[in-house]
Design a protein around this ligand. Structure first.
Ligand SMILES: [Zn+2]
Length: 102
């Protein structure tokens, strides 16, 4: 008498009869469940990539916003100097802008 072995589907959870014979036991009750499980793994991989990329780009954006704030600070000083009709030191201005954008 052949012993009947069963397993539960890795996708839908349904109990199914395992095929007799050698080889790796099936993990899914039917081909479409195997396909759905594969698609879910793939889409979870995509979502992980998107959220990693989102964190990286958020960090880059925060650095750019910091640099923009520093440049605006230099511009505010320059406006005050111009309003006060001060002599503008071009080399100093370039150095301060370089520093703001470091
Ligand atoms: Zn299934």
């Amino acid at each position: 008498m052949v012993e009947e072995r069963t397993s539960s589907c890795g996708h839908c959870g349904r109990t199914f009869r395992l095929a007799a014979g050698p080889g790796r036991p099936q993990r899914y009750c039917r081909r479409s469940c195997r396909q759905r499980a594969y698609e879910r793994r793939t889409s979870e991989g995509d979502q992980e990539w998107v959220s990693q990329r989102y964190r990286q780009l958020s960090a880059v954006l925060a650095e750019h916003e910091d640099a923009l704030d520093r440049v605006k600070g230099v511009l505010d000083e320059l406006r005050r100097d111009v309003a006060d009709e001060m002599v503008i030191d071009g080399a100093d201005l370039v150095a301060r802008l370089d520093e703001a954008l470091r």
